[in-house]
Design a protein around this ligand. Sequence first.
Ligand code: GDP
Length: 480
Amino acid sequence: TGVPAIKTLLTIKQMGDESNPNINSHMSDEMVEVLVDHFEVSVEIRAAVSLEDEVLSEFEIEDAEADLLPRPPIVTFLGHVDHGKTSLLDALIGIDVVSGEAGGITQHIRAYQIEKDGHKIAFVDTPGHEAFTEMRARGANVTDIAVLVVAADDGVMPQTAEAINHAKAAEVPIVVALNKCDLPGITPDKAMQDLAANELLPSEWGGETEVVKTSAITKEGLDDLLETILVTAELHEYKANPDRPAYGTCLESEQQSDRGVVCKVLVQGGTLKIGDVVVCGTSFGRVKSMNDTLKPSIRLEEVGPSTPVNLTGFNTPPGAGEKLYVVDDIGKAREIAESRGHAEHEQNVAGSVMVSLEEMARRLEMGRLAPSDAEIVTLNLILRADTKGSIEAIKKELGKIDHPEVRIKIVQALVGGVTVADVRLAQASEAVICAFNVVPDENARSLAEEVGAQVRRYDVIYKITDDLKATLEGRLKPEE
Ligand code: GDP
């Protein structure tokens, strides 16, 4: 209608509305009419609830506490390249990659469920941590526990540090596998010190991080690692309702010439059955077959929470990270998938949502005018600077900013130029990147532009704090 939302909200308030509406509030038809008169504009009243909303709210049924049963934990391996992620997972599940999953699907992401003393564990192994972050960036959360693999001879390396930040941003517990302990002359002390320096103080040093000494070669420590995972899972009491229409996440998918679309799905709640009608992103279909990911010859009729399967039946390959839901009829599934296809197209044309300080300032100001509840908002930052000294100085300055409603959180602070990994992390955690005396590399710059992440460059520290204070006060205005 051309009337800014903020003006609309103010007007509603001036009219004496006591309900403290915010930008997401529903407006009654009468209120719309009053406003239309007031602003002398015309509005086209669309169906209040789109099909998608209707179906989504149906999916997002809150399970009653009594229906929730314990489910296996979903574990992801993260770590620096060559520290032994692949070898450890292979050793744990008793296969080697070459012979494993022959009839499955080309593996980028591996996902298996194993059993240890009657307790199941699901493992999801993503190449590098890009996949982990990318999934999170799409709002898909497929990890309960992160196993951080650190080679005892190498200690914490740059990708280890990144992995730690990713896991922390995802707020998942971290279990450390201190790997390659079979190597002669290994003293784990240096690696332990590295961990402590990265805020993962080992429990044997009085901290809270479980560090298990492992070897993928001799298999030392593997039982210990599984037990530690199970204890961690027990502490967190992961639960799901197995007795409802299934939902899950597509991990990856591909079109195969003989089998059609094969999709690796992690079922997260409910029970998925052969013949179920499913919709996933802009794809839909009826589940035709489900195969075990570890032993592809095993065909499954139905699978419950925390189970990965290779599934056929989709019309087109769904995107990695898309949510899968069961709906009750194929016509509805088609309609949802197609309407999403159109919406996606429109969104691509319109460009993606920017995460920027200006946008945060706007949101904060919005919330202040129409406070929905007294929630504390977090403003996520990723710092890149020329030296460790600069980082310390910036952190110190930021530490002085104290605000009742907003918490400034530094998701990651590293020395050096802005990288693609930083932009991915910014995207996943809705963070703004502050680059102090450094610049983004070319790939990072173009990715940031593509995904709408903001990289702000500074060369004086107080400019950073000034901008942040202005953001918090909602007076940071868009850059020209
Ligand atoms: P990833 O890149 O983290 O997946 O590492 P890989 O599993 O591919 O392992 C990298 C190299 O380290 C390979 O040559 C492995 O054989 C070796 N490796 C992995 N785990 C161990 C271990 O526990 N002990 C020793 N000695 N070598 C290992």
